[in-house]
Design a protein around this ligand. Structure first.
Ligand SMILES: *[C@@H]1O[C@H](CO)[C@@H](O)[C@H](O)[C@H]1NC(C)=O
Ligand SMILES: *[C@@H]1O[C@H](CO)[C@@H](O)[C@H](O)[C@H]1NC(C)=O
Length: 192
């Protein structure tokens, strides 16, 4: 999260579009993607949707970069092989059109995801995505804990009211019994 703020999103977009422009001049590879800036919450999934086209079978490589780290996520050639780094093997899904799915997001996943497409001739092209990962909102947890406390208080109040009602009921019953007792005595005495 902190490293993410070191670079402005605009700067990154400018950098990427320049890189894309330079690569455009280089070859016939194309990488189409609708959305390059994504925001997800922790534990959610993200799908980096691209459609790669080039002459022959492309080699697709995804790299992750944030302020301090840079690592390879995986490399694949559609229909030939798929090589996902051990750290990501359980969370990454590779697609033939170059897309990549990443599941069970963590805060550390926030950063830049760069896809590099290489043709058999050796020419290559890059495209990048910015991923922002939000924490599960603290306010939500606070709201939840307040609700729990409020519910517990309501339950305690209800129990207190029931206990009081029970006491009042018992008193009324006892009082009635006491009132009826002398009457009974009188009626019992009458025949005598
Ligand atoms: C790439 O393929 C996946 C799965 O087949 C699909 O969901 C996605 O929309 C495709 N991306 C593009 C940009 O066509
Ligand atoms: C898969 O990638 C790792 C590291 O990126 C590399 O050492 C290994 O040789 C690759 N395996 C294949 C089959 O390409």
């Amino acid at each position: 999260m902190w490293q993410f703020r070191l670079w402005d999103v605009q700067d990154v977009a400018l950098f990427l579009s320049m890189a894309i422009y330079i690569c455009d001049l280089a070859g016939a590879i194309s990488i189409h993607s609708a959305q390059r800036s994504l925001t997800r919450s922790v534990q959610e999934d993200v799908f980096f949707s691209v459609d790669v086209s080039c002459g022959g079978i492309p080699t697709i490589e995804w790299n992750f970069m944030s302020g301090v780290v840079s690592r390879t996520i995986g490399t694949w050639q559609p229909g030939v092989y798929t090589n996902i780094t051990v750290d990501y093997s359980s969370r990454v899904q590779a697609y033939n059109n170059g897309s990549m799915g990443l599941s069970d997001l963590r805060l550390q996943d926030a950063g830049y995801y760069v896809i590099t497409v290489t043709e058999a001739t050796g020419s290559s092209k890059d495209s990048g995505f910015v991923l922002k990962v939000n924490e599960v909102l603290y306010e939500d947890l606070q709201y939840l804990s307040i609700s729990v406390v409020a519910l517990a208080a309501a339950a305690a109040l209800l129990m207190l009211i029931m206990w009081l009602l029970d006491k009042v009921y018992r008193r009324i019953v006892a009082w009635r019994r006491r009132r009826r007792m002398p009457e009974n005595n009188e009626t019992e005495l009458q025949p005598l």
